[in-house]
Write a protein that binds this ligand. Structure first.
Ligand code: SAM
Ligand code: SF4
Length: 329
């Protein structure tokens, strides 16, 4: 282990930076953003590409080798391809990926691939066009399916589908989603809903522990334990005799904080040390003041020492007041 690596006070090495490139979105998924949300950051407060690049360069110098672009909807950020090219060219960065709702992917998948994007995760909670419109408050399922096809055509061969599993919303579609991913050679990942921000309803109503989903699937399909290189906190099963892998991301029912290796940069330059806590440091103020890479590194190292041991979503579900699209899910 070299001295350059980023180790927090619990001995966890930070190797993964998630960057929200915008807090805006073309959808308003009911579990992510309040319907009337209008409190978006003004343009001048959003990090410019050269500022993001400096921050990523400094992180990569400290052993971070994975970066994910997220949001809000990353494809809603104008000129995103230029950022992908700049970050993708950084020496030492092994994995550049993006999480997207894919509604605008059809027209940009090839260009993203050419610019240096390695992998895509696409969020898809239902295969019903009506339900999709309700969940996303207006989204068009066909646009997302076209985006997925375009991703495949462009050569993204390890596309992961992120599905937030919700009681009474999509718990009747679990088998259909499995078949959809099997037929299309996508990896499927179920996610538990996390309590972030006040969205005007009782979240517990829809919370579905993934232990139930796994138990259901184990009865229906022949699943065996699987490993997924770079699979993050998800526990994986594989459908025997196929390439289909299904991941279960269980922040609530079985948190994985002891293995946490990530931090998050918001669109307006706040570095959050934990999705479920408020500890943060303002990196925008520093880079706008023209700090050197060495100065930035010192501030990041100090911040990492303050990374909390774990979130408390289960014990204190009202603790986090910022909504998911602001932090970058
Ligand atoms: N707009 C992009 C998308 O939807 O893929 C990227 C940003 S979105 C905030 C990233 C991921 O967070 C999505 O997979 C979304 O389903 C998930 N997400 C949003 N709110 C959530 C919540 N309250 N609990 C769990 N996952 C959530
Ligand atoms: Fe937008 Fe993604 Fe949030 Fe849905 S989950 S509102 S697509 S940022």
């Amino acid at each position: 282990m070299t001295q350059r690596q980023l180790i927090d006070s619990f001995g966890r090495q930070i190797r993964y930076l998630r960057i929200s490139v915008t807090d805006r979105c073309n959808f308003r998924c009911f579990y992510c953003m309040p319907e009337a949300h209008a409190n978006f950051r003004e343009r001048e407060h959003i990090l410019r590409f050269e500022e993001i690049e400096q921050i990523v360069r400094v992180f990569v110098g400290m052993g971070v080798d994975r970066v994910r672009l997220t949001g809000g909807e990353p494809l809603a950020r104008r000129g995103l391809l230029r950022l992908v090219e700049r970050i993708g060219a950084l020496e030492g960065l092994d994995d550049l990926s993006m999480t997207t709702n894919a509604a605008m992917l059809a027209g940009s998948a090839q260009a993203l691939r050419d610019a240096g994007m390695h992998r895509l995760n696409v969020s898809l909670d239902t295969l019903s066009a009506d339900k999709f419109r309700e969940i996303t408050r207006g989204g068009d399922l066909d646009a997302v399916l076209d985006g997925l096809q375009a991703a495949r055509k462009a050569g993204f061969d390890l596309v992961k589908i992120n599905c937030v599993a919700m009681r009474t919303i999509n718990d009747d579609e679990i088998d259909d989603l499995v078949r959809f991913c099997l037929d299309n050679d996508f990896t499927l990942r179920f996610i538990e809903t996390m309590p972030m921000g006040d969205l005007g309803y009782e979240r517990q109503t829809y919370y579905l522990p993934l232990t139930e989903v796994m138990a259901h699937l184990e009865q229906r399909f022949d699943l065996v334990p699987a490993v997924m290189p770079g699979g993050g906190p998800a526990e994986y099963r594989q459908l025997r005799g196929t390439r289909l892998r299904i991941g279960f991301i269980t922040p609530i029912s079985q948190h994985f904080c002891a293995r946490c290796n990530r931090v998050r940069l918001t669109a307006d330059g706040m570095l959050y040390l934990c999705l479920g806590q408020e500890h943060s440091v303002d990196l925008k103020a520093l880079v706008r003041a023209g700090c050197s890479d060495a100065e930035l590194e010192a501030v990041i190292r100090e911040a990492i020492r303050r990374k909390p041991e774990r979130h408390e979503f289960a014990e204190h579900p009202d603790k986090v007041i910022r909504i998911m699209s602001e932090t970058g899910g």
